[in-house]
Ligand binder design. Structure first.
Ligand code: F6P
Length: 336
């Protein structure tokens, strides 16, 4: 078979390992091609035959060696026709799409229209892909966010200040929740939980009175932010963290600083967990292809590798809920 591999959407630690280990398996009995720049590469025919040896030097670094884009090949029918023509002319039998909801959504649509056979692998530091417990990149990003926050805490303690850390997470608060828990923040704000900033101020003040410093972790996607947003309704990077820090400083009269790790937590070297997750997903994707199972996303559920139909997981975000929301409430529940 001729198999193409692409990565789409925001990059994430572990992508290179997923591509590398998939190619290492698939090149034994198939022709493997990389598609540069996600779905855009299929529209622009940026496709190259590759071997695992071409990738081995980069396999364990962050980012994505085969580049990425947020191009949606189904934005209009002209693009969709171009995609279909290119897939046919390139002779691709299968495309392995490694991405979040948008990238997987395009894979599902291509499969539905009979343009290609798709196998999806979930990745995003946000961990918000439905149908899987973990996405590639989440664990590394949380580890990086915890390291940044611990450094920040050190200087908050020295200067007896309040600190606000804003972490990525547009739709879901997984990164903020895990960072807040792992650093035992005094308050954590996530999109899934409505809070009042005055309660946050009260909580932070109480904490400050006891230990002379306080820490707040906030997800960029919280609904309460009233500052500028882009055309998709997303807050500008740092907008939420800075606004919250200003609000707390004005309300408490205590020096407050904001730290915005932003893309730094996305560009780190993959953690051991993400490395093995990427390898397990790549293996499961290879096995699915060998068994002619298409239109599926490989997933991790309750400690087991499984498959789920792509159509069942796209178009919805996996939000913080159930056990994780109860855990959130145990620590920060009464912030409204
Ligand atoms: O990949 C998802 C994500 O990390 C979001 O949490 C964040 O809002 C977004 O990417 C930022 O994307 P960009 O790299 O386009 O600024």
């Amino acid at each position: 078979m001729r198999i193409g591999v692409l990565t789409g959407g925001g990059d994430a630690p572990g992508l290179n390992i997923a591509v590398y280990s998939f190619i290492k398996l698939a090149e034994r009995n198939h022709e493997v091609y990389v598609i540069y720049h996600g779905w855009r590469g299929l529209l622009e025919r940026e496709v190259r035959r590759i071997t695992s040896l071409d990738l081995v030097d980069f396999a364990f670094s962050g980012g994505t060696y085969i580049k990425t884009s947020r191009t949606n090949p189904f934005k209009d029918e002209e693009r969709a026709r171009l995609l279909e023509r290119n897939v046919k002319e390139l002779g691709l039998d299968v495309v392995v799409a490694i991405g979040g909801d948008d990238t997987l959504g395009a894979a599902g649509e291509a499969q539905r229209r009979g343009i290609l056979n798709a196998v999806g692998i979930p990745k995003t530091i946000d961990n918000d892909v439905f149908g899987t417990d973990f996405t590639i990149g989440f664990d590394s990003a949380v580890n990086a966010a915890v390291n940044v926050t611990e450094s920040f805490k050190t200087t908050l303690i020295s200067h007896e200040r309040i600190g606000v850390v804003e972490v990525m997470g547009r739709e879901a608060g997984w990164v903020a929740l895990h960072t807040g828990l792992a650093t035992m923040a005094d308050a954590t704000l996530i999109p899934e939980k409505q809070v009042s900033w005055d309660s946050v101020v009260r909580r932070v003040k109480e904490a400050y009175e006891k230990k002379h410093w306080a820490l707040v972790v906030v997800s960029e996607g919280i609904k309460e932010y009233e500052g500028p947003r882009d055309e998709f309704g997303h807050a500008r990077l740092g907008g939420v963290g800075n606004e919250l820090a200003d609000y707390i400083e004005k309300a408490t009269g205590i020096e407050t600083r904001a730290v915005i790790p932003g893309h730094i937590i996305r560009g780190v070297s993959p953690s051991a967990f993400d490395r093995t997750l990427a390898i397990r997903y790549a293996t499961a994707a290879y096995e699915a292809i060998e068994n002619d199972r298409f239109g599926i996303m490989v997933a991790y559920s309750n400690g087991e590798l499984t498959h789920v139909p792509i159509v069942e997981v796209v178009g919805k975000n996996k939000l913080v809920s159930g056990y994780w929301l109860r855990l959130y409430e145990t620590y920060w529940g009464d912030l409204n």
